[in-house]
Ligand binder design. Structure first.
Ligand SMILES: *[C@@H]1O[C@H](CO)[C@@H](O)[C@H](O)[C@H]1NC(C)=O
Ligand SMILES: *[C@@H]1O[C@H](CO)[C@@H](O)[C@H](O)[C@H]1NC(C)=O
Ligand SMILES: *[C@@H]1O[C@H](CO)[C@@H](O)[C@H](O)[C@H]1NC(C)=O
Length: 233
């Protein structure tokens, strides 16, 4: 995995340096989108983005249509969050914000690893999520219900009907009975896409005010430098 990532970055840098006149700063190298069903090839401005995805509109990997779709078409990417019962509105909001990050964030480049799925060829892993973000998400969801801790790739669910339902051997329980802590929830639910870290460490925000820029730009940049340094050193 690591070797692939390093090679990928190296190739990216070389290709960029040779074939593109637009890439002038290191920021451009981390300005990439996850290779998935709905993400754009490269991040760029959108006239507007729907509702909760708005903060990403100045530099986005999602189109306006995608940003609206993820709010309004249930289930998005065919995965039903309401497999036990309807999630509470507050909890849904947090999952929608997480989806906005998934579809729109231009800052996941340094954490991408290849996967072989219908809906994407890459996923991000161990992206540092600020502890406060996770705590808020957890507090909104801890009394909601699920039957499986790890929703990653929909694995383990029963897909007989074409949509994920709880396998017959499982039981719907409160999140607070399924997960051992807020961090355990945030990290497990999407198969370790997130790694919860204290605010004192560089970490991502999924809720932010886009009018003052994207606070995650510098987090991705730092990580990219770290990866680049590991190439040299
Ligand atoms: C460079 O930027 C121009 C104008 O913004 C754009 O039309 C062109 O597609 C870009 N080229 C690449 C390789 O990104
Ligand atoms: C979680 O990710 C690992 C590594 O990519 C993969 O092997 C595993 O199948 C995934 N598990 C689930 C439940 O998606
Ligand atoms: C999966 O769902 C189908 C249709 O509802 C059901 O007949 C089957 O027993 C289920 N299997 C498991 C393992 O849940």
């Amino acid at each position: 995995m690591m070797v692939f990532k390093v090679l990928q970055l190296l190739v990216l840098c070389l290709v960029s340096a040779v074939s593109s006149t637009n890439r002038t700063t290191f920021v451009d190298f981390v300005s990439t989108c996850l290779n998935g069903r709905y993400q754009k090839i490269k991040p760029g401005p959108e006239a507007d983005l729907f509702n909760q995805c708005k903060p990403w509109k100045d530099r986005s990997c999602c189109t306006q249509e995608t940003s609206e779709g993820l709010h309004t078409s249930e289930p998005w990417l065919n995965f039903n969050w309401n497999h036990c019962q309807q999630l509470s509105p507050e909890c849904s909001k947090h999952f929608i914000q997480d989806l906005c990050f998934y579809e729109c964030s231009p800052n996941v480049g340094p954490w991408l690893v290849p996967v072989n799925m219908k809906i994407r060829n890459e996923k991000f892993m161990h992206v540092p999520l600020c502890e406060s973000e996770c705590t808020n998400w957890w507090n909104a969801c801890k009394y909601d219900f699920t039957c499986l801790p790890n929703w990653g790739g929909g694995k383990g669910f029963n897909w007989t009907t074409g949509q994920n339902t709880c396998p017959s051997w499982s039981t719907c329980k409160k999140f607070s009975e399924i997960y051992t802590s807020s961090s355990n929830f945030c990290e497990t639910v999407w198969n370790y896409s997130w790694k919860v870290v204290p605010e004192t460490e560089p970490c991502m925000h999924i809720w932010f005010d886009g009018s003052t820029g994207n606070p995650n730009d510098k987090i991705a940049l730092e990580k990219a430098k770290e990866v680049a340094n590991s190439l040299i050193g």
